[in-house]
Write a protein of this length. Structure first.
Length: 467
């Protein structure tokens, strides 16, 4: 094998694992499979680096701004490597790199505020804020760089150091990102570790880690929380979703069809807050299915490096198998595929964009998180039925309502059991807003000042008032 990206990056050489191009299904590179002793050394160095990093907030701000510039400067290399290992179209990879830089720049300029307590006593009491220590950031394969920055940018800005572990399906772009950031950040302030399990479990349970921030499945999130409990580390868990979109009876189908399609299918449906269930008035059901099926049948599917591609492959073989199984089960239960319904006959992990109708409400494609290019469209006869269906799973990340009467749509959105609700769009976030789920969709808050304070603890100082 030729000299690889991983070969050119710093890291242990003893044990390595293959990285697969999802557009071909073939290995194209390798990454280090780091072991327990290496992890111990990384966390020890992160703890020692923390003392200097936390002491100078002005230097942190400068370093994070320079880090954003460095990410933008390496944008071409990062985007192409991200597409190669993740599968997404190159334009989306460039957008992810841009959002990574934007998060660094946003948090560089965000600082915690000291607050004085006025309670009538002859004492001056102030709430100040202190960083926690080394933070473990464990990131999935759907948005490796963007989700990494969502974790390490606020943690670093707050004065913590970070040990970042990407998914073993997408380690290379994150390693390259770590190499880029190492040119501007002090040594050991941010370290990328790569490897297969049990590396993640060892990182989450390590006694030197004070905060574990994780994005992934509910089952793995519970395991992470249990592991972190051994050392009483703080946890922030974003555990996916099964977002429902409700169309009202005054909706303009032609006007929203494109937005609705991409709210479900962007990144091949591998988005935690993608639309994963669609509730439609019964009289509009056939028209909505036709509009979405036409788009599913004609969208350009292919390798992400092809400039004509709009929809890439699924990221990995286990996910392709899961999507195929969940779709076949729905069809066996009586559902009908208005478009797609099968894997594509080509190399790589491609599944045809799928619109399902006549889906039983108890089917796993409705009650679970499919996380792929499959959308069930469910008719309803009363608005209460639609809201009950939308709220009827264990997930509660996001949801949306679509209609012409915005006041009515907002009133319906108020009834959704989720962390974020959108009107006439979906999965659009500002860097300044909180992001959190309810029920099984998460613990803690990310985003905006809330993401900053999640990486800090209050420190209260009392002193007598001067005479």
């Amino acid at each position: 094998m030729a000299t690889s990206e991983a070969d050119r990056l710093p890291g242990p050489r003893a044990v390595r694992f293959a990285v697969i191009d999802p557009a071909t299904g073939e290995a194209f590179d390798e990454a280090p499979d780091q072991q327990q002793d290496e992890l111990d050394a990384v966390i020890d160095r992160a703890h020692r680096a923390w003392h200097g990093w936390r002491a100078d907030p002005v230097a942190r701000t400068t370093a994070l701004r320079e880090a954003a510039d460095a990410v933008e400067g390496a944008g071409d290399d990062l985007a192409r490597l991200l597409t190669r290992e993740q599968g997404k179209p190159l334009a989306e990879a460039y957008a992810e790199v841009a959002r990574t830089a934007a998060r660094l720049r946003y948090f560089a300029d965000l600082a915690p505020r000291t607050r004085r307590i006025a309670d009538g006593r002859p004492v001056r009491s102030e709430i100040r804020w202190r960083p926690l220590g080394p933070v473990a950031a464990i990131v999935p394969w759907n948005f490796p760089l963007q989700l990494a920055a969502a974790k390490f940018a606020p943690a670093l800005a707050a004065g913590n150091t970070v040990v970042l572990k990407p998914s073993p399906f997408t380690p290379l772009a994150t390693r390259l990102l770590g190499s880029v950031l190492a040119t501007v950040l002090p040594e050991d302030v941010l370290t990328v570790v790569t490897g297969r399990e049990p590396l993640g479990a060892r990182l989450a349970s390590h006694p030197g880690i004070r905060h574990v921030t994780f994005t992934g499945s509910v089952a793995t999130g519970r395991a992470v929380a249990e592991a972190a409990a051994a050392s009483l580390a703080r946890v922030t868990l974003e555990l996916g979703g099964n977002d429902a979109a409700i169309l009202l009876d005054d909706v303009d189908i032609d006007r929203i069809a494109d937005r609705l399609f991409w709210a479900a299918f962007r990144n091949c449906g591998q988005v935690c807050m993608a639309v994963k269930r669609l509730y439609v008035p019964a009289r509009l059901h056939a028209d909505v299915v036709e509009a979405l099926a036409q788009r599913a049948k004609t969208v350009a599917v292919g390798p992400g490096l092809n400039p004509e591609t709009r929809l890439g492959p699924l990221n990995n073989a286990p996910q392709l198998t899961r999507i195929e199984q969940i779709t076949q089960q729905a069809l066996a239960d009586g559902a009908r595929a208005a478009a797609g319904g099968h894997r594509q006959d080509r190399p790589g992990y491609f599944f045809a964009p799928t619109i399902l109708t006549d889906v039983p409400p108890g089917s796993a494609v409705v009650t679970g998180e499919q996380f792929g290019p499959v959308l069930p469209v469910l008719p309803y006869r009363s608005l209460d039925e639609a809201v009950d269906g939308a709220n009827g799973t264990g997930f509660g990340l996001g949801g949306s309502v679509w209609g012409t009467d915005l006041d009515r749509a907002e009133a319906v959105a108020e009834r959704l059991e989720c962390g974020t609700a959108w009107i006439n769009h979906h999965a659009e976030l500002s860097l300044a807003q909180p992001f959190a789920g309810v029920k099984d969709s998460g613990v803690g808050v990310a985003g905006g000042p809330w993401g900053m304070y999640g990486n800090l603890r209050p420190f209260v100082v009392h002193r007598p008032q001067e005479a």
